[in-house]
Ligand binder design. Structure first.
Ligand SMILES: Cc1ncc(COP(=O)(O)O)c(C=O)c1O
Length: 398
């Protein structure tokens, strides 16, 4: 038995091991993980980060945005990044932060909304399609989530949302690119309702934020979802999803700085003396923000538009292929690069299990499968996936 296998996995080695041995052990241990390069990941809203962003990230691992007077230049780059994301979302004056992901961004948004509203045991109106990070946020912030039904197009039912407003409502949440089907709620109508009732409106564009701004120039129907709509107070947009940035990189943008001040805390002990902080985390990755900055500069709008064009083109190829398979159909016509697959004849759980046996990773929802076409997906993967799916359906039918 080698010394490596004899070692209990709970022990820190008494004497350190050589780096080469550790690298070999890691390679062996991590082999079971899926890789984006295999083409088999069709379920994730994340992707293999852009190689330039990875390089930049590695260069700046020591940067800590939680200590601004030590890293003022990194903070400045974070704020430039926020302004660039702000202009992508029609408000270059937006304030905010690069955070750890969509979950943290959504928590921060509801935290600000709750503090601004100053209501006891406040309520937040969300569509039933909202990401579960809002359940976490409501639990943490002692808010009650009011979940509103969807309309026939799987969007939040706007009338039901308006009906749900009470004196305790502190926020309405609209989703621009839902987790399950990539559906975009009618943010324009939600903005009108929120403005009329003077209620905070947060838009979760964690996924759609890097797709929707490019639809018009790519010849698709544009959808209003951002700060152009006067009722929108904050937006989640995640660089580590369709932004191609290394994990962790989420974004929370507020219409103006006054909103984020509602959650600012004094930090008494930092290098530069007492300071204010309006993030959930203290120590935060500067490498994340710098990598996002670098990638926005490198790809530019045209680079991101090209990524979106490719993903949407492949999405339509997938849709056509699914509709050709007897027994399968799509749940709804996709708006973004997310496809729901359903069957009226075969239990989708069985299809899911068979796909898994063939090495494919798709997401399983209650009554449909979700396929996300991310930048790592190639046409040849879609072709193989459809061939396997066709065979699986034939076998399950017999
Ligand atoms: C719409 C939406 N919001 C928020 C999140 C949470 O993002 P994260 O996993 O980066 O915390 C997701 C995750 O897929 C999502 O789809």
């Amino acid at each position: 038995m080698s010394s490596e296998t004899a070692r209990r996995t709970s022990d820190i080695p008494e004497q350190g091991l050589p780096q080469n041995a550790i690298i070999k052990e890691l390679e062996a241990k991590l082999q079971r993980d899926f890789t984006y390069s295999s083409g088999k990941i069709l379920c994730s809203m994340c992707t293999n980060p852009h190689s330039f962003a990875k390089q930049i990230y590695r260069n700046y691992l020591e940067k800590n945005l939680g200590d601004p007077s030590l890293f003022p230049a990194s903070i400045e780059l974070e704020q430039e990044t926020i302004r660039m994301l702000g202009s992508l979302l029609s408000n270059p004056k937006a304030s905010g932060h690069i955070v750890s992901g969509g979950t943290e961004a959504n928590i921060i948004a509801l935290w600000a909304a709750r503090n601004l509203a100053k209501k006891e045991r406040g309520e937040v109106i969300v569509p039933v399609s909202a990401h579960y990070s809002f359940d976490k946020a409501s639990d943490l912030l002692n808010l009650k989530l009011i979940k509103v039904k969807l309309n026939r197009r799987f969007q939040m039912d706007v009338k039901a949302a308006e009906k749900a407003i009470t004196s305790k409502t502190v926020a309405i949440v609209g989703v621009a690119g839902s987790t399950g089907l990539g559906v975009v709620d009618s943010i324009r109508e939600l903005s009108e309702i929120a403005s009329a009732h003077n209620i905070y409106l947060h838009v979760d564009a964690a996924f759609g934020g890097f797709v929707l701004p490019f639809l018009k120039e790519l010849g698709y129907k544009p959808l209003d979802f951002d700060f152009r709509l006067p009722g929108v107070c904050s937006i989640t947009i995640d660089p580590h999803k369709m932004g191609l940035a290394p994990i962790p990189a989420g974004g929370i943008l507020f219409r103006d700085a006054k909103m984020s001040e509602a959650i600012s805390m004094k930090v008494p002990y930092l290098t530069g003396g007492e300071m204010k902080q309006s993030t959930l985390l203290g120590t935060r990755s500067g490498a994340s923000a710098v990598a996002v900055w670098a990638l926005l500069m490198h790809l530019g709008r045209a680079g991101y538009a090209a990524v979106v064009k490719r993903c949407l083109g492949l999405t339509w190829k997938l849709v056509e292929g699914i509709q050709r398979i007897d027994g399968l159909d799509i749940v709804t016509k996709p708006t973004l690069n997310v496809v729901g697959v359903k069957s009226d004849r075969i239990d989708v759980h069985l299809i899911f299990q068979e796909l898994r046996k063939h090495g494919w990773a798709v997401s399983l929802f209650l009554d449909y499968l979700r396929v996300v076409i991310m930048p790592h997906t190639k046409p040849s993967y879609i072709k193989r996936f459809l061939e396997d799916l066709q065979r699986i359906l034939e076998n399950l039918r017999t």
